[in-house]
Ligand binder design. Sequence first.
Ligand SMILES: *Cc1c(COP(=O)(O)O)cnc(C)c1O
Length: 360
Amino acid sequence: MDRAYNFSAGPAALPPPVLERAQTELLDWQGSGMSVMEVSHRGPDFRALAERAEANLRELLDVPENYRVLFLAGGATLQFASIPLNLGPPWSTADYVVTGNWGRKAVSEAARYLNVNVAADTESTGFTTIPDPATWSVRDDACYLHYTPNETVYGVEFHTIPDVSDAPLVADMSSTVMSRPIDVSRFGLIYAGAQKNLGAAGITLLIVRDDLVGRARQETPGVVNYRLMADSGSMWNTPPTYCWYVMALVLDWLREQGGVAAMAEHNERKARKLYAAIDGSDFYANPVDKSCRSWMNVPFTLADPTLDQAFLDEAAAARLLNLKGHRVAGGMRASIYNAMPESGVDALVDFMAEFEARRA
Ligand SMILES: *Cc1c(COP(=O)(O)O)cnc(C)c1O
């Protein structure tokens, strides 16, 4: 078997033990004589899986009692619309902080349902900075403040939680969840699509404080109504059972790795190595302000962009895959989520030095 190092931003690499277990259990899940895809989501076996996933998740992130954990379909993008429908009455205002294109997309979806106040926007810096929260123009009447702790395309990450508003803090953690410990009690709502750090595309984790459940507008579709989903154990309709199962395996794996504190150490070490390689060379560059460089997504450019394709081709030949930057950002991007081993970063750093020596 020839597993490559997959630097894709998402869907992203999964831990091999998770894939191996899924493979072993595929035809006969827990002695059921069926795959997990073929069993009822309401049966005792699947319910036990759902309970195990939630218990592990609560333990890993130290989720307080007064928060509900939901497993929803539709990706993080569906939450861009679901959040205003659930938290914002018609004609209300919500604050949004835009530090990259995901925050921008969240604004454009929310603007269908309420009045969006863009409290800060870093596009003029090419999305390379995070302005001091004290300078954000938040509104006193905002029903929540939305931000993106890690912008996946530009590689910009908040290393502290902003504290500027009394409105509930809503965070799109799709590309950073489980990469480090977080204080859930600081948030009103956290959500994350699974395909970066939690499993396979098709399921979205949502952690929401009790008092924010039950406020949905009358026209909110049931599948994204937090009250209906919380009261039904996220089984108001048929959930994406296989994706839920894969997430449960990833959560088991995370526990075996020592949890999110161990992940933070591992991720910081990988990021430090890669940024050191970029900064230590005149051939590679990363434009992001050092105070907000992402641990998860590391964009970089080559001094001579006509070499981009050669870099990608030769990297691929060395089994270092999916290093092409997002089409809006250009250049390269190495996504180094939890499942990327340190050996993958070492192999990339070695390849970069060798490519530079040969081609610069
Ligand atoms: C990938 C990503 C999304 C989009 O997720 P979908 O599952 O495609 O809806 C949203 N926000 C962030 C920060 C992401 O990284």
